[in-house]
Design a protein around this ligand. Sequence first.
Ligand code: 13P
Ligand code: SF4
Length: 356
Amino acid sequence: APSDPGLVERARAARERLGEKAFVLGHHYQRDEVIQFADVTGDSFKLAQQAAARPEAEYIVFCGVHFMAESADILTSDAQAVVLPDLAAGCSMADMATAEQVAECWDVLTEAGVADVTVPVSYMNSSADIKAFTGRHGGTICTSSNARRALDWAFAQRAGGSGKVLFLPDQHLGRNTAIRDLGLAPGDCVVYNPHRPNGGLTAEQLRAAKMILWRGHCSVHGRFSLDSVDEVRARIPGVNVLVHPECKHEVVAAADQVGSTEHIIRALDAAPAGSKWAVGTELNLVRRLAKQHPDKEIVFLDRTVCFCSTMNRIDLPHLVWALESLADGKVVNRIEVDKETEHFAKLALERMLALP
Ligand code: 13P
Ligand code: SF4
């Protein structure tokens, strides 16, 4: 639905009152009504870089989800306030790995005698606690646009190919990157289930594995299936299937192209007029791309899959409230990571930002 003109006007007025004091970041999965007020849009990697590159902004208004705002707080100075317009904008994938569960997993790896040769690699889509665990144990963060470089880096930390990676929390991104980009065999990967004793794995299985994948997934991308791909290929002859690496391995294997949201945007920008695309990522982005490219046929990979409900929590009323409060000098919904967590999480994030 088109945005309420009264709210658009209020957002514009508050934005103007704030001027350079505020910087508004918008993830590609945000609603159009919110994206129109973003000073910069991006995938999670670009937004982390952009947050770190704005030391002059007093307020960073993060239109995205909680883990992204936490990362922005970690990468900005104490004097800057990171604001999440709706505190209920979490991420179900990030919630699938808690600090207690991950500490227990490390104990299991220690018992099996493999912790010493294991480097944690954590997807950006994780809480600050998990990022701090990663930093403490010599690991790095990655996003969907640099997962390959992060894994190359992690395996290079242990000489002679003796190393292992604990990848959390998205098993699909971990498996897809290991198999597609690093050429590992499916059998090199095991899945650690935090809800089962010892992760559901024996010490032998842990010793034999190269990739230990946390049993987490994205509730949006995890719903695309091989049937979605088969159905769209039958319905639209000549269609190119383009999916995000948070999709299941069988979906990624059946697709024509795979990449982060920034990759998807670039691929469609570069596509010739008349080409046909079925895109497997969040619906707000796919709809926006279809609108921006009327000369190409762009459809959503599976009509039964929906928006990311937590990304959608940030709507125009919440953004207006946040901007007006800030313009009145009142900081609302500030996301602040405690000092110790921040210290170790920053180590891990900086390792990512320094990846070649
Ligand atoms: P990217 O922004 O890295 O493509 O990740 C997608 C996502 O699911 C963010 O929540
Ligand atoms: Fe989390 Fe998936 Fe939503 Fe991204 S799209 S915020 S990974 S649930």
